[in-house]
Design a protein around this ligand. Sequence first.
Ligand code: HEC
Length: 165
Amino acid sequence: MKTLPSLILLTAALSTASFLALSSSAQATEVKQASNEKQAQAVTTYRKSVFQLISSNMGPLGAMAKGKIPMDTDVITKNAERIAFLAPMMHDYFSLDTSKFNINTDAKDSIWTNHKDFSDKVDNLVTAANNLKMAGENNETGSFKKAIGAVGGSCKSCHDDYKKD
Ligand code: HEC
């Protein structure tokens, strides 16, 4: 009869542990060292590809905010949704620390020593993109410029700290 209560205790402890692990991984993915140069190179290609796709969706939004092309609610909504979808991939591709390898990258090594802060900046971009998407969906034309500015500001805030010029 002694084993049953301790089994219950153990189960309770385990489920608490897995709950904690789950709730923290929703915030920031755990950092691992890239195991070899090939892997470091591959993940670097992926993260740059994500930035290229994000950038291609940001281009028209930036031009609209600067008044170079007319505001287009459909493009705003669609591109903001795409950015909100693509940006969380950064959590995965930056969870491998590539700093030990000699690869062609503009990523600063501090990404992996300040990973919580870096991950927060990823989340800030997702939030800004979702806010822009909502502004588009609700056709809040008066807030487009500010909402696009918030997305652009979240790019800059991360580049200032974590991207080499
Ligand atoms: C959380 C940090 C972070 C955010 C947010 C962020 N970037 Fe970046 N960005 C980086 C880092 C780090 C690199 C360097 C990646 C590398 O060279 O490995 C980069 C690289 C890039 C590149 C160059 C990719 C290449 O092929 O070398 C472009 C373009 C870019 N970002 C655009 C953007 C745009 C546009 C936004 C906002 C919509 C944005 N980024 C938001 C961190 C960020």
